[in-house]
Design a protein around this ligand. Structure first.
Ligand code: MRU
Length: 336
């Protein structure tokens, strides 16, 4: 089952807010409905947001054939539904560029985005698995963060795609999944996917991940990305930066698996990226009740920036970039 797809001129997506308890498909037939689904993380994860952006423009083109102004307004609303993952704007722009050719062409472009996502993920996963087994050796034990699996993409996954490829090759011993406060994408989504794959796994609280690395339980960190800037800084779910610091201290490679569409060469460094700040409710409430005194101020960063110097490898469908030793996404293609 695909995480996000197009059926009968509507978007169909797994409602990720209901997992792991229920696997429910949501039909989206308005632009407002799509924007709301993106904001509430019904659809989430950078590559899935790229697909949502492209399909959202297709939906608008179908709803307003011959009304380019309406489609442009819809595209602007979708583009800005969340600010950090570059894939969302990338998907919108790809589909929008075909609007002068008519809605049929817009839909075709959006469907091409979906197909490419699956192919890219499979290719980068195979490359990541090869890089890891050559550099680290097998069997590997992987620490991951957030959810960069099939749920974060159209299908297959990026970081969990690498995990899947390692598992298929018999080169994976174990995965440690960080729960990923405050919305628990690790506990709710990654663990659900690992169980489906039959991968041996253990859930740890975010603050235990450094200890997992320091004790040699995990031999590699593999995560996804929401944006990678021209210098190799990696923007991903908040908690990735501390994980990279811990990995460096433990001498464990920090590997980022992402499609080329996540690389944003127009943004020089991570300091230039807008980091989404979400509502404080997500951290002062837990299990339906308040966990902090009423009126407590919050700063709920949804993402963080891992400096390039802490990133051992960025693996895409085309190349391996090694920022910690001077590789940059904006330089000539390097690696395997
Ligand atoms: O807030 P989310 O759940 O959309 O954040 C997702 C992440 O940070 C993922 O790690 C990232 O998008 C990569 S998904 C292949």
């Amino acid at each position: 089952m695909r995480t996000i797809d197009w059926r009968h001129d509507r978007i169909v997506a797994i409602d990720q807010t209901r997992l792991p308890h229920e696997l429910v498909l949501m039909e989206i037939d308005t632009v407002e409905g799509l924007v709301d689904a993106v904001k509430r993380l019904v659809i989430r994860g950078a590559p899935a947001l790229g697909a949502a952006g492209a399909l959202g423009v297709a939906l608008a083109a179908r709803l307003g054939p011959g009304d380019p102004a309406m489609v442009a307004t819809a595209a602007a609303a979708i583009r800005t539904a969340r600010p950090t993952a570059v894939n969302l704007a990338w998907g919108v722009d790809r589909a929008l560029a075909r609007l002068p050719e008519g809605s049929e062409a817009v839909v075709a472009e959006a469907l091409a985005v979906l197909e490419e996502d699956v192919a890219c993920n499979r290719a980068l996963s195979a490359r990541g698995a090869s890089w890891l087994t050559e550099r680290v050796g097998a069997p590997l034990a992987v620490q991951t963060h957030c959810n960069a699996g099939s749920l974060a993409c159209v299908e297959w996954g990026t970081a969990l795609g690498v995990v899947r490829a390692l598992h298929d090759r018999g080169a994976l011993a174990h995965v440690y999944a960080a729960e990923t406060r405050p919305l628990l994408q690790g506990a709710r989504l990654t663990v659900w996917e690992l169980a489906q794959m039959g991968v041996p796994h253990t859930l740890v609280v975010d603050s235990a991940a450094a200890t997992v690395l320091a004790r040699g339980l995990a031999t590699a960190v593999v995560v996804g990305a929401d944006r990678i800037t021209a210098n190799g800084d990696v923007i991903n779910k908040v908690g990735t930066y501390p994980l990279a610091l811990a990995a460096a201290q433990a001498g464990v490679p920090m590997v980022v698996a992402a499609p080329e569409s996540t690389i944003d060469l127009s943004t020089p460094t991570g300091n230039d990226v807008e980091i989404e700040v979400r509502g404080g409710d997500e951290i002062v409430r837990w299990g339906g009740g308040e966990v902090a005194p009423a009126g407590t101020g919050t700063l709920n960063f949804a993402f963080d920036v891992t400096p390039a110097a802490l990133v051992t490898a960025i693996v895409t469908e085309r190349r391996v970039i090694e920022p910690a030793t001077g590789g940059r996404p904006d330089s000539t293609v390097t690696g395997q």
